[in-house]
Design a protein around this ligand. Structure first.
Ligand code: 8U8
Length: 609
């Protein structure tokens, strides 16, 4: 197969619309394991995951006298939860969801609707107070999750009144806050249609004026229904059903046509909590990339949709086969299914200190997000692939005149399909004569952490050494170390074998001659693992350099040194877990580029025991 990219031409900007994850319930953010997970999620470079969509945030709020003009609110648990996101540079897609102190039973009741307006207004003021106006204006607010299934029991009229109350509360606090919805999950459901009609021509149940226009339209479409078995996902079915909704809006509600559109639960299979082991493997990583490209080709190119966001709802806590970005090992094998009522069904962390102890291991699907973050901001035309239903596909991009990044995937809607394709990738119109070539891959050829775990006999409680062996394999891998290539007449051909399933990212970077910036804001946090060893999670602010080979984590017994590199494997993310015998230690981090130039060392962080 021949794939040709014209790097001299641009087909337009590439918005990285896939930078999102989600989970439920919000109360998990109070737990040590989810806090660590959010540190890893926020560590995907270049805001590769920037958004976290969370159900039941308002279950973290309690209130008194809600039905009166002078209610009092307790925001403290919500603050603790949101601090975790903000600390890790993540932004909430803040579903205004949760029955505060059990008060709200009927939004068609004027007293209750007014109480919700007051609550949302007070919430917005509180958030602006705590995080600043610019920050909160950068967030997204959304309606109650999936009001067309069991999450919402009051019916469509009450849902529209609830929306009016949400809009009135946010707008009166700050007209710059963005509210969208309806987050429905049944294709063209009566609830979706009622919501669209209401936003188009309806009257606000709260103000009596025209209903507020939403800032975006959100729906959920997934590849196949929930089942204990590995059903075959229909990836093209996702974009086809989204297109049906878009066509419906264009036909029936032209004034809503230009609104940003999102599928903020765009998963291959419904049912995050059922075990499908493919979620631990490159199969899932490759499928995520294919589904993103299908959206690019069908909805952005094909229909000109302002496609704002695609979220994989994979931020949960769970094991290999759950829909998660990380595998969690914990002493309690408890899985939180608190989706129906917003509560964890596990006891509170404070009452169950065992739950503090966990080990998290990255899955290939998390590395797919790191890999996608390396794409450019402009698309280049590709010849040779292009049909979105095909297994092999490409997203070809560039960044200014100094970098070209081409993502190739091989992904079939079939869990057990294998094989490989030979691709001759021809890059033409390259704007430089010399470049560093680097190829990243996610495939089955090298063992991923799940394969390592299986080889070790699938231990339920791995030892310190076994965790170390899994972590050796958890980072995104450059299968070819960066090397200089000469480019003749602007053209370069590469012969690549693209296994099914797999992802490959070909990066060509011209040398700017500038070494990477200094790493800033190095922080260290202790976590209780399962092995008795001391675990310190280091996080820092990533450098902007697009020629990053690795971060180097340096450690020394004292500030005087001697400092030595601690991470044995190259690392692109801005988080590193150091497991040690618990001696005092000083850490520094620096960035190293493809030409082995190191940036200045960060400020040190000192850990005392
Ligand atoms: C009944 C039903 C149909 C459907 O198409 O999607 C659903 C999604 C349905 C019921 C619940 C449901 O929950 C969403 O999807 C979950 C999942 O596990 O796939 C979770 O990812 C979401 O948090 C939840 O909103």
């Amino acid at each position: 197969m021949r794939v040709t990219v014209n790097c001299a031409a641009s087909t337009g900007g590439l918005n990285h619309f896939w930078q999102s994850t989600g989970f439920t319930p919000a109360a998990l953010l109070l737990d040590a394991d989810m806090r660590q997970a959010m540190a890893y999620v926020g560590a995907v470079p270049h805001g590769g995951i920037a958004w976290v969509r969370i159900h039941y945030l308002l279950e973290l709020v309690t209130a008194k006298d809600l039905g009166t003009p002078q209610p009092t609110y307790n925001w403290s648990a919500l603050d603790t939860a949101l601090d975790v996101l903000v600390l890790n540079r993540l932004k909430p897609i803040f579903e205004l969801m949760g029955n505060v102190s059990g008060y709200f039973t009927d939004f068609t009741n004027g007293t209750q609707a007014r109480a919700w307006v007051r609550l949302v207004h007070a919430l917005a003021e509180h958030l602006i107070d705590r995080y600043g106006q610019a920050e909160v204006q950068g967030w997204l607010f959304e309606t109650w999750n999936e009001p067309d299934v069991g999450f919402w029991t009051q019916g469509d009229e009450a849902f529209c009144a609830y929306y009016d109350a949400c809009a009135a509360g946010l707008q009166s606090a700050d007209p710059g806050l963005r509210l969208g919805g309806p987050g429905t999950c049944r294709n063209l459901s009566p609830t979706l249609k009622a919501f669209l009609a209401h936003c188009d021509t309806g009257t606000s149940a709260v103000t009596g004026g025209p209903a507020t226009r939403p800032a975006f339209i959100s729906i959920h479409e997934k590849g196949v229904r929930s089942h204990q078995e590995d059903l075959t996902p229909d990836s093209m079915g996702i974009v086809e059903r989204e297109a049906r909704v878009i066509d419906y809006i264009r036909e029936h509600h032209p004034v809503l046509t230009a609104l940003p559109f999102m599928n903020n639960e765009c998963d291959p299979q419904v049912g995050w909590g059922t075990i499908h082991t493919w979620r631990a493997r490159p199969y899932y990583a490759a499928l995520v990339a294919k589904i993103i490209n299908q959206h690019l080709l069908e909805l952005i190119d094909g229909k000109g949709v302002d496609y704002a966001l695609l979220s994989n709802d994979n931020g949960f806590m769970g094991t290999w086969g759950h829909r998660t970005l990380l595998t969690r090992f914990s002493e309690s094998d408890h899985i939180d299914h608190g989706q129906a009522d917003g509560h964890r069904d596990a006891p509170r962390l404070e009452a169950d200190p065992l739950r503090r102890k966990a080990e998290l291991i990255k899955k290939p699907v998390l590395n797919a997000m790191t890999l996608l973050s390396l794409l450019g901001d402009e698309r280049c035309p590709v010849v040779g692939v292009g049909s979105p239903a095909e297994s092999v596909g490409a997203i070809a991009t560039r960044r200014g005149i100094s970098q070209v990044a081409v993502l190739l995937y091989n992904s079939a809607d079939r869990i057990n399909a294998g094989g490989s394709d030979h691709v001759t990738l021809k890059l033409e119109g390259l704007p430089f004569e010399k470049a560093a070539l680097c190829i990243y891959r996610i495939d089955e050829a090298d063992p991923d952490p799940f394969a390592v775990w299986e080889q070790m006999g699938a231990p339920n409680v791995p030892t310190a050494d076994e965790f170390a062996r899994m972590r050796e394999r958890q980072e995104l891998r450059a299968t070819e170390a960066p090397r200089e290539v000469n480019i003749r007449a602007g053209s370069l051909a590469l012969d690549l074998t693209i296994a099914l399933p797999s992802l490959a990212l070909v990066l060509l970077t011209a040398d700017s001659g500038i070494r990477p910036e200094r790493v800033a804001e190095l922080r260290a946090e202790h976590y209780e693992g399962l092995t008795g060893a001391t675990e310190v999670l280091l996080t820092w602010t990533g450098v902007g350099s697009r020629a990053l080979r690795t971060y180097e984590i340096l450690g020394a017994p004292s500030i005087e040194g001697p400092a030595e590199r601690i991470n044995t494997v190259d690392l692109l993310d801005t988080a590193f877990l150091h497991t040690s015998a618990g001696v005092d230690r000083v850490y520094w981090v620096r960035a190293v580029d493809y030409w082995n130039r190191g940036g200045d060392l960060s400020d040190p962080v000192h850990i005392e025991h």
